[in-house]
Design a protein around this ligand. Sequence first.
Ligand code: SAM
Length: 276
Amino acid sequence: SPRHAPGRHRTAQDAEGFRRDAKKHLGQNFLQDPGVIAKIVLAIDPQPGDRIVEIGPGQGALTLPLLDRHGALAAIEFDRDLLVPLAAAARSHGTLTLLNANVLDVDFSALGGDAQIRLVGNLPYNLSSPILFHALDHAAAIRDMHFMLQKEVVERMAAAPGSKVYGRLSVMLQAYCAVTPLFNVPPGAFRPAPKVDSAVVRLVPRVAADIGIDDPAGFAQVVRAAFGQRRKTLRNALSGVADGAMLEAAGLRADARAEQLSVADFIRLANLRTPA
Ligand code: SAM
C-alpha cells in the first residue's frame, strides 16, 4: 500500500493497523506528502531548547518528523479517538506530551513556563480565525507560529491596503505580527483532499512595546466597525466609535474607506480614543 512506501513516516494509523475515517466536522485533512512535510519542518527549523507546541497533531504527519528532529514536543488534540494510536506511534520517535483539549480553551501563556513557545500546526480550517485570534490574545507568550491554512486565508492575512482582500484579519494580524506567506500546498497533499488550496504562513509576534496600541480592546473595536460596513465611508462606518474630529486629528479623510487605511492609520485613530 502507498501508505507504507519507503521513506514515508509511519503514521499513528499505520501503527494501529487500521484505517479510520477522517472526521469532517473536526477539519481532519491529514497531510500525506513527504515533500511538503519536509518543507514545513525545514521552515520551522527547530533549535535546541525550543518549546514547540503543535495544534491538532492528528495521526502525527508533522508530529513524528518533528520528534525525530527535536526529541520532545507538546501537542493539543481535541479528538479522543486519535490519542492512543498517536501516543503509541510517537513512542519510538521521542517524548510527546499530549493534551486532550479544545485549543481555544488552552492558555498558551501557561504552556512554556518562562520560555516563549513556538506554535505549529496544520490547522482545522473551520477554526482558522478563532485560533488566530486566540493566539493574538497570547502573543506575548509566543515566539513564532507556522501554520497551514486555507490559501485564501493566508492571502487575507498578508494583504496590503487597497487590495480586495484587505480587511479585519489583515489589520489585526499585521498589527501584532510580522506575516510571511511561505509556500502553497495543493489539495492532493492531503487525505482526504480538501476542496481548497492551502498555504503555509509564518507569524512572528512583535515586541509589545513596538506595537504602539494603547488600548487593545478599543483598537479591535475600531477595526471591526470600520470593516463591518466596508462599503460605507469611514465617518459612517465608525459612527459611535470615532467622530469626524478624531478622523481629522488622525489625518484621515472622513470620506475615505476602511480598505484604504494602513495598519498605522488604524493604530493612530484608535489611540485618539479615551479608553472606557
Ligand atoms: N496535523 C495533522 C496532519 O497534518 O495530518 C492533522 C491536521 S488536521 C487538518 C486538523 C487536526 O486538528 C485534526 O487532528 C483535528 O482532530 C484537530 N482539531 C480539530 N479541532 C480542534 C480543536 N478545537 N482543538 C484541538 N485540535 C483540534
